[in-house]
Design a protein around this ligand. Structure first.
Ligand code: ADP
Ligand code: 5GP
Length: 183
């Protein structure tokens, strides 16, 4: 059996609801695990080391790249984000479904490395709703919101490259749809 089938990649513009939907999915299906990425961005209020991310300095992140410990990485709105190898390989070898919530460049790289992975793009119902959610979350400065909205327009054009596209109009409905796609 091909272990790559246990790998699921979820992308979507910032504010589309990826973290909310994936958290709901995992609450309902505890057998599914999430890959914790490394990042150089600041910790948001409520986030915790090793839960949301591994928070690294730029030199520490670059050292991990040099040491071959990062499966894929990119720069997003001025910060590094990357998937540690250790988050993925041991899980798919154990036939545990693991979800990577990563942006479009990382998703393309993972699909190249693991063609058997399932890639899912979460779309907001509209661009206006995306902006409303991003502002409503209240976690970013105005400058960061503008940067994420500008990136969102580009990210949306990648949707057709994914195996599946789901619209996050309702958290439960969207989580159910993703579960049906990956189970
Ligand atoms: P992402 O992880 O894609 O950046 P989040 O999961 O942080 O997005 O969601 C952005 C904001 O939108 C959060 O405040 C979240 O509560 C809200 N949200 C997510 N999904 C929905 C939905 N289906 N309807 C309304 N609000 C939503
Ligand atoms: P945020 O700062 O909102 O947590 O994340 C910003 C973007 O980086 C999101 O689109 C998120 O999915 C993406 N991201 C998080 N971790 C990784 C990763 O390990 N690799 C890549 N390529 N993108 C990531």
């Amino acid at each position: 059996m091909n272990n790559e089938q246990y790998l699921v990649v979820v992308s979507g513009p910032s504010g589309s609801g990826k973290d909310t939907v994936v958290s709901r999915l995992m609450a309902q299906h505890p057998e599914i695990e999430i890959s914790v990425s490394a990042t150089t961005r600041d910790k948001r209020p409520g986030e915790a080391e090793g839960v949301n991310y591994y928070y690294l300095t730029v030199p520490a992140f670059e050292q991990k790249i040099a040491d071959g410990e990062i499966l894929e990485y990119t720069r997003y709105c001025g910060n590094y984000y990357g998937t540690p190898k250790s988050e993925v390989d041991r899980r798919i070898a154990a036939h545990t479904t693991v979800i990577l919530v990563i942006e479009v460049v990382g998703a393309t790289n993972i699909k190249r490395l693991y063609p058997g992975a399932t890639t899912i793009f979460i779309q907001p119902p509209s661009y206006a709703e995306l902006e409303e959610r991003l502002r409503g979350r209240g976690t970013e400065s105005e400058q960061a919101i503008q940067s994420r909205l500008a990136r969102a327009a580009e990210e949306m054009s990648y949707a057709t490259d994914y195996d599946e596209v789901v619209v996050n109009d309702d958290v439960d409905r969207c989580a159910d749809e993703i579960y049906r796609l990956i189970r």
